[in-house]
Design a protein around this ligand. Structure first.
Ligand code: R5P
Length: 315
């Protein structure tokens, strides 16, 4: 295997640059633009023949453009004789449709996995997939990292006491338990019902939250509907202060307005898996970088070393 080569599409160039800096190498020189009618135009200027290529491209919004760019970049790297191509997907879009839970709906998480494989990717490096089972949608190696250590470190440094970690839905229990263990906090779970992609309703809260400082833990915040409902419910149960730890700041629709208007939320901590544009930078949102985590994983994958210590959520 030749040396490491990091390529970035247009999805999150800042993160790709930070990863390259952590690896002490420059980003590969790549032209990733558009033809006049909008088709994606790619040319890898640097030589990638025989190299271990890592394409950093979260499939965040604009999802279709970013996904198509990723596929085109994979194709270009393959035709340029890269020895191995790894798609680095700090955020995996189309993941929410991961099962057929209604008649005549697609499983887009599987469709996207098929597309990447057909384009010629050899492995995937992902972070906080919406559902861990998505790993099984690929028949190639998938390394699945978590932002828990980056996010927990931030809260540990704040030295907060009397904490309870709250999972806003049943699906998040395993991760919330890992946060609770790591922070020496109690655990509470919200039993949520989803009425539509934008609307949720809290049915029950399991666990003691009264008088405590809560940290809501979720894989993503999109419209903010789930989080606002969860905050309202735990406040009504007597929580003192509310923080949130979220891996992916999708922040779609009027999420920013909701966060700004909600005086019960002290701070929401997200990662840079998705870029945070200037218009979404508000004081109540703190963004932490996962570049060192991804760079370490890339280094270990390249050196054929174990990366399990990076995804040990219980350490
Ligand atoms: C749900 O299963 C996820 O973990 C998130 O809670 C959800 O996708 C967030 O979406 P929104 O912010 O639109 O409620």
């Amino acid at each position: 295997m030749g040396e490491i080569c990091v390529i970035s599409g247009n999805a999150n160039r800042d993160l790709a640059e930070k990863i390259a800096r952590c690896l002490d190498i420059p980003l590969a020189d790549v032209l990733c633009g558009r033809f006049s009618e909008g088709e994606i135009r790619v040319q890898i200027i640097s030589n990638v023949r025989g190299k271990d290529v890592f394409i950093v491209q979260p499939t965040c919004s604009p999802t279709n453009d970013n996904l198509m760019e990723l596929l085109v970049l994979i194709d270009a790297a393959k035709r340029a004789s890269a020895a191995r191509i790894t798609a680095v997907l700090p955020f995996y879009g189309y993941a929410r449709q991961d099962r057929k839970d209604q008649p005549r709906v697609p499983i887009t998480a599987k469709l996207v996995a098929n597309l990447m494989t057909a384009a010629g990717v050899d492995r995937v490096l992902a972070m906080d997939l919406h559902a861990s089972q998505i790993q099984g949608f690929f028949d190639i190696p998938v390394d699945h990292l978590y932002a828990i250590n980056t996010l927990c470190e931030y809260f540990e440094n704040m030295g907060m006491k009397n904490l309870v970690v709250v999972s806003p839905d049943i699906g998040g229990i395993r991760m919330a338990r890992a946060y609770a263990k790591r922070l020496g906090a109690g655990l509470a779970i919200i039993d949520k019902r989803r009425m539509s992609p934008e609307e949720t309703e809290v049915m029950n809260i399991l666990g003691k939250v009264k008088g405590k400082t809560a940290i809501l833990v979720d894989d993503m915040i999109a419209t903010g509907g789930s989080m606002m409902e969860a905050i309202k419910a735990i406040k009504e149960m007597g929580v003192e202060k509310v923080y949130a730890a979220v891996s992916h700041g999708v922040l779609s629709g009027n999420a920013i307005e909701k966060i700004q208007a909600n005086k019960d939320l002290e701070e929401i901590v997200i990662t840079d898996s998705i870029p945070l544009p200037k218009s979404k930078k508000i004081s109540r949102i703190k963004q932490l970088t996962v570049a060192p985590l991804l760079a370490e994983a890339i280094k270990r994958i390249h050196n054929e070393q174990s990366i399990s210590c990076l995804f040990d959520v219980n350490r």
